[in-house]
Ligand binder design. Structure first.
Ligand code: NCD
Length: 306
């Protein structure tokens, strides 16, 4: 039984297979005439999200429905975990209902891998603490390839913002390094990881000329034990991506959402065609369709069908 806990659970060949399939699915999202084959008909997928989510939860739900599957959303506030049941017990009970996959988001790093011991279906990690967010990294990879070309080796990508507590940064770093991307981390000292071999800077102006793409990240205030910056306004002064900063450079702007307007990215720049935030959301549905097929139906089926 395979699970998707982190990007390193997949080989490059498997990732390429998933992205090829996602690209085919994207065409079907554009037109009602070309509905995808209902490969998940007669499957039931459970989502259990212990943290808020807009894009990840709804795009997984769209992905399941697009492939003809049915989805059961466990309402955590009404579930027995709020009465003290452990998440392992919750998972074992859900597993007894014979789901074909369980998609989980949890505030604690390690919760999804812990659950793999209590279930007999694939666990898909929808984000755990500051640890990993594999499907976000896969959809970011697809977006980068659409914009910069299939071969990302040597492409220069900056990650700017609260990198230290970001699961999106962790997963992107693992995945993009394997693709040979030349990464630079851009953040104030307290937002940079303590141990990293990647080049770091506190000044985006120093590196922006050399970048092909820049991924902005939200300040993860919910994961800070204390406020470690003067104010978000001070932070924005140095790290907000603006039209003025970007100028007419040939660079693409990405963000996993939710965007802190005028703190992470200026409103004006969000409307710029170089800003790919909504393309990322769209790619998210297609990538999650391909991921679900891969883990539920098996890589052999998935490979043949692509
Ligand atoms: C991210 C998350 O929840 O990790 N959002 C997302 O899934 N699209 C990023 C964030 O919360 O900042």
């Amino acid at each position: 039984m395979r699970h998707l806990i982190q990007t390193s659970d997949l080989s490059i060949d498997e990732i390429e297979q998933i992205l090829r399939k996602a690209t085919l699915f994207l065409n079907t999202l554009d037109s009602s005439a070309k509905r995808p084959t209902q490969t998940l008909a007669h499957t039931n997928i459970i989502t259990i999200f212990f943290e808020n989510s807009t894009r990840t939860l709804s795009s997984f739900e769209c992905a399941v429905k697009n492939l003809g599957g049915s989805i059961t959303r466990l309402d955590v506030s009404r579930s027995s975990t709020s009465k003290g049941e452990t998440i392992s017990d919750t998972a074992a009970n859900l597993n007894a209902m014979s789901p074909h996959a369980i998609i989980i988001r949890h505030q604690s790093s390690g919760a999804p891998v812990h659950l793999t011991k209590s279930v007999s279906c694939p666990i898909i990690n929808g984000g755990d603490g500051a640890h990993a967010h594999p499907t976000q990294a896969l959809l970011d990879l697809l977006t980068l390839k659409q914009c910069l070309g299939q071969n990302l080796a040597g492409k220069r990508v900056g990650i700017i913002g609260d990198i230290k507590t970001s699961r999106v940064a962790n997963s992107n770093i693992e995945l993009l390094c394997r693709y040979g991307v030349d990464l630079t981390l851009i953040a104030p000292p307290h937002f940079l990881p303590t141990h990293t071999s990647l080049p770091c800077t506190h000044d985006v102006r120093e590196v922006i000329d050399s970048l092909d793409a820049i991924i902005s990240l939200r300040t993860q205030t919910e994961r800070h034990s204390k406020q470690n910056y003067g104010s978000l306004r001070d932070y924005a002064h140095d790290f907000c991506l603006t039209r003025q900063l970007v100028g007419d450079r040939d660079i693409i702007i990405m963000h996993p959402g939710p965007v802190h307007h005028n703190i992470d990215i200026e409103d004006e720049l969000l409307k710029d065609p170089r800003c790919k935030v909504l393309d990322q959301v769209r790619n998210g549905v297609a990538v999650r369709m391909a991921v679900l097929e891969f883990f539920i139906l098996g890589s052999e089926y998935h490979g043949q069908a692509s």
